[in-house]
Ligand binder design. Sequence first.
Ligand SMILES: Nc1ncnc2c1ncn2[C@@H]1O[C@H](COP(=O)(O)OP(=O)(O)OP(=O)(O)O)[C@@H](O)[C@H]1O
Ligand SMILES: [Mg+2]
Length: 262
Amino acid sequence: MGLEIQTASVVFPGSHGREPVEALHEIDLTIGEGDFVVALGASGCGKSTLLNLIAGFLGPTGGQILLDGAEVQGPGADRAVVFQKHALLPWLNVLDNVVFGLKLRGTPDAERKRVAGEFIDLLGLSGFEKSPVYMLSGGMQQRVGIARALTCDPKVLLMDEPLGALDALTREKAQELILRIWKETHKSVFFITHSVEEALFMGTHLIVMSPRPGRISHRFELPFSHRFLDGVSARDVKASHDFIEMREEVLKIIFADEEDAA
Ligand SMILES: Nc1ncnc2c1ncn2[C@@H]1O[C@H](COP(=O)(O)OP(=O)(O)OP(=O)(O)O)[C@@H](O)[C@H]1O
Ligand SMILES: [Mg+2]
């Protein structure tokens, strides 16, 4: 089962006399249970639009999106979103931010605390439950955002450049943490990034998109995250011969798209 995007198109009406924008053109994509699908592509190729379709924030102007066979018709607790700028509530502490979704759902207090505690632990935030989130580092804040998304036990986790604002070292650590959590929770993931290295390291599947109209130009299956989860160090995975070869191949595709656009 999982998520099926069937010939989905999105056309935004042109405002102020401009031409309409075909942000997505007849996209076909399956995200199976436990798949980690990463989207790469030049700015404006429709990555966020595709994520918004899956999240149900936006309806397709053509085609359809099915989750376990049922048509997606709006946002729902079966899909959780982690944004680049984690939409945290800065005046609340870590625990209150993490339980926020459960509170909205009316989960009883004791159950809320139990579930939140589990994910606070999993994300390495134990001891910071009472800290206001504005006092935490960017990396920790991002982990609070991920913990909050996971507490509602979504089937699909949607991440739009979740690590884009982090420094290089924190970012690599966060990549490893997300992979470990993905393995432990068996979620389906749709993950957007501008980093080719991050895409190759994280995904089981990679889609490369190109703009005007937004479409999937290339698809790859990836072995690298499994190697990491089987015990090879992240550095060794990223320095391996076939990883570097693939990185160059994907970079060439993306540079060609950027040149076409220029
Ligand atoms: N609400 C909207 N109204 C009109 N046009 C829009 C709207 N949202 C997006 N677009 C247009 O649709 C196209 C795809 O945008 P989208 O944000 O999905 O790209 P992206 O791949 O996420 O880019 P980036 O890498 O910069 O985040 C762009 O041309 C954008 O200007
Ligand atoms: Mg975007």
